[in-house]
Ligand binder design. Structure first.
Ligand code: NAD
Length: 481
């Protein structure tokens, strides 16, 4: 069975402790490869490699950095099918989704930041004839990048690309639950000629590798995507060390549907925003609020279409949902269905594990689940479930639904369906979230600020926001007379 390797100083290395973790294929519930169980010694090696590479990489002309990154992007595209299958095997998601979304987006992340740095300009502030200020933007040094399992290569590269584009060197840790495409990426980085030490990938557990990156005194910047609890732990360790922090955390996003929406478009998109990637996208709209006059119509139509969504072999083009990422995650999601029932919820469809035949019999499949009859304030409607489970709730007024929508500790994204432009603007400005999608979902322009408020995070990724984050501004003031 394949043993994944760390990528340190341009080489593929075994972990120093020679220990490995089982890597499961969730679609069949079996171990299919081994992940390095690295520790702080491997992080130290990676940090030293990054520190050694930094003086050269940080002054490498941006055109050259761009050229290498474009090569990496090209290689990902060339390996699209292999990467899509690998992502699906590691994560359980449909291959079709990995082929259409995850892997092309990973290629775009490199492409986007390879070109963004060519257009990035720092500011200058003139004080008429007294003085002129200009801002230098220099790379920070060694960046620590830690990412989750739900969109493995997509989110991993969303951090690495702006970090290295702006001249930093990186010590990165993908999720130990889905490490495979990060490993494959390290092979492509070697092929593309990325200088050794610029990117180092250390595999292993969060409490060992992630914690060692967070606490390392020579890593002054941490870019983290993952759960809100982990984000709080990282902030607890990193804040007293005055590290720069970008935290992209959990969500419990409202999907607000007004009676005047384009019903067909809304239903189609709501099926995706509820269940894409088995509901394991931080941006999924898991709390659906429907204006009362169309509640029954919505419920009948939505539930009937959800029941038709095929849960199956991720490689099968017909499968709309594959497996959830792990056995423990499946159990967690199903425990929330039990909680919902205890809280008075009625399960309209799903709510159970799906048992497939043959080699998939031990896989972690959950039927897409719709629950009604819950109070907006109950735990099921307040806590992030991160699986194929949505609740539906009627509302009467704009004020009421705003109160429902804004009631959680989270504030990542909101989805809004209405044809009333004035209301759309009014709602958008009153929703407590970093992103508002009106009559669409997951429509992404990589230049836009991406991130959340409240328990959904601190800071923004995307566009020049990320280049700001990965550089340190220095104002230079020159007196003219
Ligand atoms: P997680 O917090 O368990 O793990 C994320 C990463 O942090 C993993 O690589 C993990 O090994 C590492 N980690 C764990 N403990 C650590 C520690 N003490 N110190 C440093 N690193 C540590 O999250 P997950 O279960 O992998 O991902 C799911 C969560 O991610 C959900 O809450 C989801 O909403 C969130 N998420 C947010 C966004 C966003 O952009 N806001 C995107 C995707 C996922």
């Amino acid at each position: 069975m394949l043993k994944i390797k760390n990528y340190i100083n341009g080489e593929l290395l075994e972990p120093l402790g020679k220990e490995y973790i089982d890597n499961y294929n969730p679609s069949i519930g079996k171990v299919y490869s081994f992940i390095p169980d690295s520790d702080e010694r491997d992080v130290e090696l990676a940090t030293q490699a990054a520190l050694s590479a930094f003086p050269t990489w940080s002054v490498t002309p941006k055109e050259e950095r761009s050229r290498i990154m474009l090569k990496i992007s090209e290689l990902i595209e060339k390996n699209l099918e292999r990467f899509a299958i690998a992502e699906s095997t590691d994560n359980g998601k449909p291959v079709s989704l990995a082929r259409m979304v995850d892997i092309p987006r990973a290629a775009s992340n490199f492409h986007f930041y390879a070109t963004a740095i060519l257009h990035y300009a720092s500011e200058s502030h003139s004080m008429e004839d007294t003085a002129i200020n200009y801002t230098l933007r220099t790379p920070v040094g060694v960046a620590g990048c830690i990412s989750p399992w739900n969109l493995p290569l997509y989110l991993f590269t969303w951090k690495i690309a702006p970090a290295i584009a702006s001249g930093n060197c990186v010590v990165a840790k993908p999720s130990e639950i889905t490490p495979m495409t990060a490993y494959l990426l390290s092979e492509l980085c070697i092929e593309a000629g990325l200088p050794k030490g610029v990117l180092n990938i250390v595999h292993g557990y969060g409490h060992k590798v992630g914690a060692a990156i967070t606490a390392h005194p020579k890593i002054p910047l941490i870019s983290f995507t993952g759960g809100t609890k982990t984000g709080a732990e990282i902030a607890r360790v990193a804040a007293p060390m005055f590290k720069k922090l970008s935290l992209e955390l959990g969500g419990k996003n409202p999907n607000i549907i007004f009676a005047d929406c384009d019903f067909e478009k809304m239903i189609k998109t709501t099926l995706s925003s509820s269940f894409a990637n088995q509901g394991q996208i931080c941006l999924c709209g898991s709390r659906i609020f429907i204006e009362r006059s169309i509640y029954e119509k919505f419920k009948t139509e939505f539930v009937s279409r959800v029941k038709k969504m095929k849960v199956g072999n991720p490689a099968d083009a017909e499968s709309k949902l594959g497996a959830v990422v792990s056995k423990s995650h499946m159990e967690k999601v199903l425990s929330y269905v039990d909680l919902a029932k205890q809280e008075g919820g009625i399960v309209l469809c799903g709510g159970v594990q799906v048992k497939l035949d043959g080699e998939f019999a031990e896989g972690y499949y959950i039927a897409p689940t719709v629950i009604e009859g819950l109070d907006y304030n109950c735990r099921t409607n307040q806590e992030e479930i991160f699986g194929p489970v949505v609740t539906i709730t009627p509302f009467d007024t704009e004020e009421e639904v705003l109160m429902f929508a804004n009631s959680t500790q989270y504030g990542l994204a909101s989805i809004l369906w209405t044809e009333n432009l004035t209301r759309a603007h009014r709602m958008a400005s009153n929703l407590h979230s970093g992103i508002v999608w009106i009559n669409c979902w997951l429509l992404r322009d990589l230049r836009t600020p991406f991130g959340g408020v409240k328990g959904s995070g601190v800071g923004r990724e995307g566009g020049f926001e990320a280049l700001h984050f990965f550089t340190e501004p220095k104002n230079v003031c020159i007196k003219l007379k």
